[in-house]
Ligand binder design. Structure first.
Ligand SMILES: Nc1nc2c(ncn2[C@@H]2O[C@H](COP(=O)(O)OP(=O)(O)OP(=O)(O)O)[C@@H](O)[C@H]2O)c(=O)[nH]1
Ligand SMILES: [Mg+2]
Length: 219
């Protein structure tokens, strides 16, 4: 009996589309970021605030990945940014083929930056390159400071990490040792940029904006 390595085949098929997307973004001279986190850590809230606060400086387009609903695309469209929703219908990550179709629906020429919000999941999306320039991982303080060592894959692969919901630390509502999370993440990835933010209050967001603004200039 012939054994087919299905996982390898799927990853290979994905790589072909990912490469096409890399070439697409390079040809159009656009930066693309792939935002990954557990469900509910604050990806859409961070994005909506970033788009609004930077609207005079960077034109951002968004690809929203969710298993079901267009709730997140609705939230992004309130900022007036162009957005395309992908529903994976059960799959726990976006594929490069889905992103390839979605970028053709965005007015890419008018944009500086395309942000992909991946399906809320800290594991599966890290194995599927989408043709992005960089992965950005979000970890909220409500999830616990042990996540970098428990789910090392995505922390090792991400160029930057946003530690979100730091407003919850006040009053001791949650226990989260920021230094521990930073040290563990940098042990996996020594050059990782780390921002501690609250997308709710805006605290710390300026450092993230400064990095983002510099990054897209260098594409
Ligand atoms: N306190 C506090 N709540 C936040 C912050 N950022 C997001 N939230 C809340 O956290 C919840 C989830 O936020 P979302 O932005 O939907 O999270 P998400 O990562 O996009 O979620 P999925 O797309 O479902 O994976 C919402 O109720 C937000 O209002 C923050 O900085 N502080
Ligand atoms: Mg979301």
């Amino acid at each position: 009996m012939k054994k087919v390595d299905v996982v390898k085949k799927i990853l290979y098929a994905n790589e072909k589309y990912a490469l096409e997307n890399v070439l697409f973004f390079a040809e159009h001279k656009k930066l693309c970021l792939n935002m990954i986190s557990s469900p509910g850590s604050g990806k859409t809230t961070i994005l909506a605030r970033t788009i609004s606060d930077l609207k005079e400086r960077i034109k951002i387009g968004v690809i929203e990945g969710d298993i079901q609903t267009d709730i997140d695309a609705e939230r992004i469209s309130r900022t007036k940014a162009p957005v395309v929703q992908i529903n994976t219908d059960g799959a726990c990550h976006l594929s490069a083929a889905q992103v390839s179709a979605a970028i053709r629906e965005l007015p890419v020429k008018e944009l500086d930056l395309v942000v992909i919000e991946n399906v809320g999941n800290l594991v599966c999306p890290s194995d599927f390159d989408l043709g992005e320039n960089a992965k950005i991982v979000v970890l909220s303080v409500a999830e616990g400071d042990d996540k970098p060592i428990k789910y090392p894959g995505i922390f090792a692969k991400s160029k930057a990490m946003l530690i979100n919901k730091i407003d919850l630390l006040e009053g001791g509502l949650v226990d989260f040792d920021i230094e521990r999370a930073k040290t563990d993440a940098r042990r996996l990835n020594k050059d990782m940029e780390i921002f501690t933010v609250s997308a709710k209050t805006g605290e710390g967001m300026n450092d993230w904006y400064a990095w983002l603004t510099e990054s897209f200039k260098n594409v």
